[in-house]
Design a protein around this ligand. Structure first.
Ligand SMILES: Cc1ncc(C[n+]2csc(CCOP(=O)(O)OP(=O)(O)O)c2C)c(N)n1
Ligand SMILES: [Mg+2]
Length: 551
């Protein structure tokens, strides 16, 4: 076997079924080995999209997604995807080619130091310097990518090592690993803290959304019956339990959900990862925070838990619930705030103005997407509205990125979600800015014959930055642009497009797009005047009222 064959056989051994990317000439031995393997090569139209797709595979399955690119320019296009997976804790393995390392027939043509480039963007970055190390190195790469805290790993396979015959070494078989559960003393201590709390509140953070945690976490919430809120990336971590849901901390302060946070005396923070924009600010006199996580908490200026329960979160929570069930008479002390918080959040959902408001758009999307449907957001102003207003009932049904918060990942992540869940409705929601950053992947979606709806929100602007510009008191400048005719654009890819023309048109347009199947684009204008009215003026007034004891 040559190096490429050893690599592909090691990937098969890891259960890899598909690889996303764009080969270059340095990968041709790998492409040939893939041709003769069980693994499907899925071409994308930009390497960045391939990396977003591979990362989302890791996010949704817990198993590393794999992407492939050539050296230099192709490899560099993986950097944003690597950062997305690193900050978002998504297991992924990126593989790139390189010129030969045993001789240099092309001098330095296209050669940049990719291993050094990827080192700060990954958990591990290695060049494969001989075929013999491939089986063990690939096993190590997958182990490192997958273990807590998950993330990306980079392997560089130079073309001569790919071509070089190597020893017939069998791949290293993976085995199940059960990470350690929190020790008894820590469980007892955490239980005591919770039992003593007068107004406890659970916060679900990004790591609460790990796919293998959904059942144990949902049971924990159902057993202890303490109300919960979530961070943006902790959204939808719990299946059911919606009568205990207090809201989402899409902003860091002043939102209605902060009424509960501010009144809590203990926050049981499950899986919070400080890569997220802070869900609230810790400070003197604030609630005690108990960190429950796979790994110890990181200490930040705004987050410094006073107690920790560290270990495999699912089994640890089960043991914690054993200690708590039926012993928390004050579990629901804050639940009384729930109706008020949620009714404020729901305001404007029925609004019939044209163009539609973000609140109305969120409501219409919720109507068209069944409970198990998956909504994948790009990055823009609407992300705050979806995080705040969209209700999830099933784990991992709202995928958003509040870590790197990169534009351009919405469509690729939805393509991956649709590949993995052919029977479920999948919707990408993108701004007219972010959509255009990877819209070429419409072709990939059409070629893969996916059922996928893409909703484009058109404000002819980088709306979120325009909003920040306005709220910071700057004049309106430099953030607007023209758009293509999105309906014609979709058609050019062999997809179907539809423009929403009336206030009541969005929900039926989405329903029709889902019902018809295939790749569909729906474009609607959006009225972003609510950004300032609600997220700035109303919440500021609300905070002043509260400080003066009015609310
Ligand atoms: C790759 C990247 N570039 C720039 C930004 C900064 N940024 C955040 S939101 C945003 C505007 C997004 O515009 P659009 O996609 O049209 O959504 P809108 O806010 O208008 O709804 C920009 C430029 C970013 N997060 N990622
Ligand atoms: Mg926009």
């Amino acid at each position: 076997m040559n190096g490429a064959e050893l690599l592909v056989s090691a990937l098969e051994n890891e259960g890899v079924e598909q690889i996303f990317g764009i080969p270059g000439e340095e990968n041709l031995d790998v492409v040939e080995a893939l041709r003769r393997s069980r693994i499907k090569l899925v071409l994308t139209r930009h390497e960045q999209a391939a990396a977003f797709m591979a990362a989302t595979h890791g996010r949704l399955t817990g198993k590393p997604g794999v992407c492939l690119a050539t050296l230099g320019p192709g490899a560099l296009n993986f950097t944003t995807g690597a950062a997305y997976a690193l900050l978002g804790a998504m297991p992924m393995v990126t593989i790139t080619g390189q010129k030969g390392i045993l001789s240099r027939k092309q001098a330095r043509f296209q050669v940049v130091d990719i291993v050094s480039t990827m080192t700060p963007l990954t958990k591990m970055a290695r060049q494969i310097a001989s075929p013999a190390i491939i089986p063990s190195l690939v096993r190590e790469a997958f182990r490192v990518a997958q273990q807590e805290r998950p993330g990306p790993v980079h392997l560089e396979l130079p073309e001569d090592i790919a071509h070089e015959p190597g020893p017939d070494i069998a791949p290293v078989p993976p085995h199940p690993i059960d990470p350690p559960i929190a020790p008894r003393a820590a469980l007892d201590r955490a239980a005591e803290l919770i039992i003593e709390a007068k107004r406890p509140l659970i916060m679900l953070g990004a790591a609460a959304s790990r796919p293998r945690l959904a059942d144990a976490l949902s049971q924990f919430v159902a057993r202890v019956k303490v109300p919960f809120f979530n961070t943006q990336m902790g959204k939808g971590a719990v299946t059911g339990g919606s009568h205990l849901y207090m809201g989402t901390a899409a902003l860091s302060e002043r939102d209605y959900v902060h009424r509960a946070i501010d009144q809590a005396d203990l926050i049981i923070s499950i899986g919070h990862d400080t890569v997220e924009k802070p869900p609230f600010f810790m400070g003197p006199g604030g609630p005690t925070v108990l960190h429950v996580g796979y790994l110890p908490a990181t200490v930040e200026e705004v987050f410094f838990p006073q107690a920790e329960l560290v270990g495999d979160v699912g089994p640890s929570l089960t043991l914690l619930a054993d200690r708590l069930e039926g012993k928390l008479p004050r579990a629901q002390a804050l639940l009384g705030l729930r109706d008020d918080i949620l009714s404020h959040i729901a305001e404007g959902a029925e609004e019939s103005r044209w163009p539609p408001t973000p609140q109305r758009i969120v409501r219409d999307v919720r109507q068209a997407v069944p409970e198990d449907g998956i909504v994948c957001l790009d990055n823009g102003m609407y992300k705050i509205w979806f995080a705040r207003n969209y209700r999830t009932h099933v784990a991992n049904t709202l995928l958003l990125d509040n870590a790197l918060a990169t534009m351009g990942a919405g469509l690729p992540s939805a393509i991956m979600a649709a590949c993995l869940n052919p029977g479920r409705r999948v919707l990408a929601v993108c701004g007219d800015g972010g959509f255009m950053m990877n819209s070429q992947e419409m072709e990939t979606a059409v070629r893969l014959k996916l059922n996928l709806v893409v909703l484009v929100l058109e404000d002819h602007a980088y709306g979120m930055i325009r909003w920040k510009q306005a709220t910071d008191g700057f004049p309106d400048f430099g953030l607007t642009f023209g758009d293509p005719d999105f309906v014609a654009y979709a058609k050019a890819y062999g997809a179907k497009g539809n423009r929403v023309e009336t206030a009541d048109g969005l929900a039926p347009a989405l329903e029709a797009a889902f019902a018809a199947g295939g790749v569909r684009l729906v474009v609607t204008p959006v009225d972003y005047s609510e950004n300032k009215r609600v997220l700035v003026d109303e919440l500021r007034a609300n905070a002043v009222d509260k400080a003066q004891g009015v609310a």
